[in-house]
Design a protein. Structure first.
Length: 80
C-alpha cells in the first residue's frame, strides 16, 4: 500500500499528502493530491470519515494550511 509523503494532524483531523507522477507530452511531471479525514472510534474499532462537524472546521483549516505551505515550499525548493 502506498504511504503518504507527509501527514499533518490536529486532534482527530489529519491531512495526507500523496506524491504522484504523470506523463505530459513525453515528460514526467510530479504533482500532489491531498486527503483530509477525521478519525473516530466506533465500539472498539477506529474508523475514518471525510465528513466534518462545524466544530471540526478550524482544525481542517489548520491542517490544510500546513499542507499548502509544505507543497509550496517543496515546489519552490525543487523548482517544480
Amino acid at each position: 500500500m502506498q504511504k503518504p509523503e507527509k501527514k499533518f494532524s490536529c486532534g482527530p483531523i489529519s491531512a495526507s499528502i500523496w506524491a504522484n507522477t504523470k506523463t505530459v507530452t513525453g515528460e514526467t511531471v510530479k504533482f500532489y493530491s491531498v486527503t483530509i479525514t477525521k478519525a473516530f472510534k466506533e465500539d472498539e474499532e477506529w474508523k475514518h470519515t471525510n465528513s466534518f462537524d462545524v466544530e471540526d472546521l478550524p482544525k481542517v483549516v489548520l491542517v490544510a494550511n500546513e499542507v499548502y505551505k509544505y507543497i509550496r515550499l517543496k515546489s519552490t525548493d525543487s523548482n517544480e
